[in-house]
Design a protein around this ligand. Sequence first.
Ligand code: TYM
Length: 376
Amino acid sequence: MTGEEETEDMVVTPWKVSGIVDYNKLIERFGTKPMTRDLIGRLEKHAGYLHLQLRRGIFFSHRDLDWWLDNYENGQTVGLYTGRGPSGPVHLGHLLPWFFTKYLQEAFEADLYFQMTDDEKFLIHPELNLDDTVGYTYDNALGLIACGLNPKKTKIISDVNNISHIYRLALKVAKHVTYSTVRAVFGLQDSHNIGIIWFPAIQATPSFIQSVREGKNVAVLIPAAIDQDPYWRMTRDIAERLGFYKPAQMHAKFLPGLGRGGKMSASMPETAIFTIDPPEAAAKKIMNAYTGGRPTVKEQRELGGDPSICTIYAYYYYLFEEDDSSLLELERECRSGGIICGDCKARLAEVIKAFLKDFQEKREKAKDVIEQFMLK
Ligand code: TYM
């Protein structure tokens, strides 16, 4: 099979990501723009440093980021919006856009609206009831707060508990979106329940909440992985008809799972590292991960490994090796056969154990302040 045919199978929707994801093709297919040096430079200038996820092209695409930055540079208020569908515990993939959101919040002193779609996950997952998803809202909010967001500038919205804050606006959104648009954008089938047909209006709404609350139009940027893009295409289509700005987006690549191919996903717990995993259990998952290594140590020493397909290398790349020269050194060691997979895994397992211990302490502390973050 050629690479071309393999990518034919690529599916990227908010509810399903499968096949080999070709990010350049997604830029074309979704009609977004690639990140540019100029934009990265502007973000760096305002933040005072270049975030790892910008340096390494993890946030690879955008819509109207230049316009959002223009607003900021012209002294206008700018806002941020992102979210989570609470269907289980938080995994490392979710942390990618959240760490980046914290970077943006600090750099631009921006308010952040964070939506917990405990309604969406109830509607989509037959096995989940409302107590489950609302319970995960609380649990996931602890993980979000552990990322270090500013309590004075962050509001977490639970769709189920805070519906009165969003319903009026969501109705106005819904009135401008036809069934045929939702069906086409989200690939809905006759068998989908009617809740999910209406739900996209709910996810669009927080793009406009800050504007309504402040009584003036606010330029909003949505940092998220690219799977959420269908919502923003729909939202942008109707924003101006409601008198609001179109929200801008920054799109991230997916942190892979620990298996062969595919993004990290809660639906495959054995290949996902959850932030609540006991550190030793996470270390075991790392030791079982798929790597770019050779079948035997002898071959590995002679021929070297392939970091480009290795999940262990990906974790260093996406999250756990800040230092670019150390990352390059690791890549060289791998390709030259200087390091074997067992040792490389053991090294990462130690890093992840320390990370989880620290994160879990912060998560515990979040219990004391969670009320400050929830929309009242
Ligand atoms: P959810 O819960 O699927 O994902 C939450 C956020 O994590 C991103 N994400 C990933 N990023 C990198 N690597 C991965 N393996 C990975 N898996 C998930 C998602 O893109 C998302 O940014 N419907 C949404 C909830 C939502 C939302 C929003 C998300 C409501 N409003 C605004 C982003 C922005 C959902 O179910 O996300």
